[in-house]
Design a protein around this ligand. Structure first.
Ligand code: ADP
Ligand code: ZN
Length: 520
């Protein structure tokens, strides 16, 4: 039996390695650099913890999160591994004690915050002792594109310059190609071996529904499927987080809030409560979640559209870490598309950054509007090929949407945009199409134009779905003024001229999906 396997069994108490753990461990223990891309819950920690025990010297683990470091060290102590933390949560005396023990070779692993690691004092200190390896956890924090960006991470390339003989392992659950390239470039890992695991989380059921009234849709979802489970509800803004929390509490649910505008103390209280209790809902912005290891999160709900598939994948990935069935649920509507497009447009960022953001949003939108398996879409975004027709565990597979030829309706919508001067949002356009004599319609004399009432045959709900999809498809675009006014695009022309047909998805029937699920 190999020594690594022995340690896995004897110390960690697990019978076998998972996925690529054995290969990664052998490579690192043998002195090679590597980059490990593994989904959340995949078992990244063992990839450096076992080599730390196999190799001579102390393993230095860089982690951006204090809470995460403490959790890991506590878990290691429980199984008798000598580990410690060095970060700003320690008093000066405590820190000095850790440093003394470090020099006395009393640790197998030392978890360090990046800003601490980069100090001249610390670098000089570790130059005096044998180092087993450097592990850079949450390595995507080097990426300036992501929302977890940590400027200190960029300077971690210094480790290679100062300690060229010490092997390094960078780990992340973010898998897209851009981030991967950036990690390798910035950390000087060009020669590192890359280990990519499958990012599939088969126990997570993906579901994206048409947003009508997101609050009551959310409540119905929770009541039907997770009446006493733990879950996370993601919202875009702090204000919405607070509103939704209050509202859920009013409905008799156990909900707490988390966003960057709250005091550190309040955030910690809520996070602790969430980690401790079984039946609790965390309502949060994306500020919440990195490093949270709560195995029994049964659902992750999105009330607003994430900016990218990476974000969506990471956030939904916090569900079902224990491997049991879990739901990733999202309500998505026209307002989301317009809001996200506008945020990119209005941001002060450079052109290149905007372009990148727009591309990521397009990919996210196509996941929302897809008529084929969501899981296959998601995985193919990460460059993973899947050899099946469908996963059988997403809303599309369970309840395939019907696709209809909406060319005529889309032409009507576009003509209406054109005839009203390309200065109105979907609400007013739908009033004109449906022939509603509102004050606004009368004020603008839109009851006298040729498109007034030509869309009476479709209910308002259908029109909203049509507008959402054609905006998502880029056939109409909101202006940059921020009022949601829609105008025609280059791509509209072919449709208006009848040179191109448009096929749209019929509304997902959420009721049917619920019934199907209850039968499972
Ligand atoms: P990640 O950092 O990739 O999110 P962790 O390292 O926290 O994942 O591991 C997730 C869970 O899986 C932990 O509870 C860990 O103990 C468990 N685990 C890891 N490797 C194995 C294994 N080979 N066998 C059984 N359980 C494992
Ligand atoms: Zn599927």
């Amino acid at each position: 039996m190999s020594e690594a396997l022995n340690i896995l069994k004897e110390i960690f108490g697990y019978p076998a390695f998972r996925g690529q753990q054995a290969e990664v461990i052998a490579h690192l223990a043998g002195g090679g650099d590597c980059l490990v891309l593994m989904p959340t819950g995949g078992g990244k920690s063992l990839c450096y913890q076992i080599p730390a025990l196999l190799r001579n010297g102390v393993a230095i683990v860089v982690s951006p999160l204090i809470a995460l470091m403490h959790n890991q060290v506590t878990a290691l102590h429980e199984i008798g591994v000598r580990a410690a933390v060095l970060n700003s949560s320690l008093s000066q005396q405590e820190a000095i004690l850790v440093e003394q023990k470090l020099l006395a070779d009393e640790y197998d692993l030392l978890y360090v915050a990046p800003e601490r690691l980069l100090t001249a004092r610390f670098l000089n200190l570790i130059a005096r002792i044998p180092i087993a390896l450097f592990a850079i956890d949450e390595a995507h924090c080097v990426s300036q594109w992501g929302h977890d960006f940590r400027p200190e991470y960029i300077q971690l390339s210094i480790l290679h310059e100062r300690f060229p003989a010490v092997p390094r392992i960078a780990l992340t659950a973010t898998a897209d190609m851009d981030t991967r390239r950036e990690i390798m470039e910035r950390l000087g890992l060009d020669l590192a071996k890359v280990f990519v695991s499958s990012f599939d989380r088969p126990n997570i059921r993906y579901q994206i529904i048409d947003k009508t009234n997101s609050r009551s849709q959310l409540l119905a979802f929770i009541q039907a499927e997770h009446p006493s489970d733990a879950g996370i509800v993601y919202c875009l803004s702090r204000k919405k987080v607070e509103e939704i929390t209050l509202w859920l509490v009013k409905q008799g649910l156990n909900a707490v809030a988390y966003h960057a505008g709250m005091s550190m103390q309040q955030r910690n209280v809520n996070q602790e409560k969430f980690l401790r209790e079984e039946s609790i809902i965390m309502v949060a912005t994306i500020a919440f979640g990195m490093g949270i290891d709560k195995p029994d999160v049964r659902f992750v709900a999105h009330l607003d559209l994430p900016k990218s598939i990476e974000g969506y994948y990471q956030e939904t990935g916090r569900a079902g870490r224990d491997g049991q069935a879990a739901n990733a649920w999202m309500a998505y509507g026209l307002g989301d598309v317009i809001q996200q497009r506008r945020m990119i447009e209005e941001s002060e960022a450079q052109f290149k950054f905007k372009q990148g953001a727009a591309r990521k949003l397009e990919a996210m939108l196509s996941l929302c509007e897809t008529t084929t398996c969501r899981r296959i879409r998601l995985l193919s975004y990460f460059g993973e090929r899947v050899d099946t027709e469908g996963c059988g565990n997403c809303d599309i597979c369970l309840n395939p949407p019907k696709v209809w030829d909406a060319t005529v309706e889309v032409q009507k919508a576009m003509s209406c945009v054109y005839r009203t001067g390309q200065i109105f949002g979907a609400g007013h356009l739908i009033d004109v199409l449906r022939g509603n004599l509102t004050d606004r319609v009368k004020e603008w004399h839109h009851d006298r134009i040729s498109t007034f009432g030509i869309g009476k045959n479709m209910p308002e709900k259908t029109w909203r779905a049509i507008f959402r999809q054609i905006v998502a498809l880029g056939l109409l675009t909101p202006d940059s003024e921020g009022h949601g006014a829609l105008h025609l695009t280059e791509a509209s022309r072919a449709v208006l001229k009848g040179q191109q047909n448009v096929y749209l998805r019929q509304q997902t029937r959420t009721e049917q999906l619920s019934k199907k699920r209850n039968r499972d």
